[in-house]
Write a new protein. Sequence first.
Length: 219
Amino acid sequence: MTIPRRSRRGAGVCAAAAIAGLAGGIVFASPAAAHTPTWAVNCTEVTLNLTAYSASAENEVTVSIEGGEDLLPTTTFGREYRTKTPLPLPPHDEVLTIRLVVKAGDNDRYSVEDTKPSPVCDENLPSPTPTEDTPSQAPSTEQPATEPPATETPEPSATPSDTASEAVPAPAEPSAGAPDLAETGSSSATPVIGGAAVAVLLAGAGILWSVRKRRAPQH
């Protein structure tokens, strides 16, 4: 049984179309699967791993804080871009939104624009403010130290010379009615005593004379 030429031609055309379609699907599917933008964000840093891009095209990548500064200004790269050192994030006490923008130079449909949140690290949390119900410090049981009473400094006493002069009484002045003493310094009773002694001597002499006179006639 022979197959007509038209049937052979039709089968060949169908086979060629199927092969071309399969090859075209592989060619067009490979770029879509090749561009791989991988990135990660935590509370302190951002890492990038952009691979399988076109080496013959000029690709661009930008990383920034939404509404804030750029962590990675617009940078061109070829087949891939990896952060050797993670991009540091500033300390923050609220969640930050990190934006990634990748522009593929070979086809804009492979460009990427994505955002990820950066949570707050524990060490960045503010310390709780003490309230009236929760005192920040326990009351101390120690008694406050009392200061010793201030002692007055005694005034300096008078000098020894002044004290001695004040202690020695001044000589008393003689009263107006007292008799003046003789220049020899003897008291006023000396003449009286002398007169009495003379009288005693005279009386003794008189008695002795009278006794002798009485004894004379007896011999």
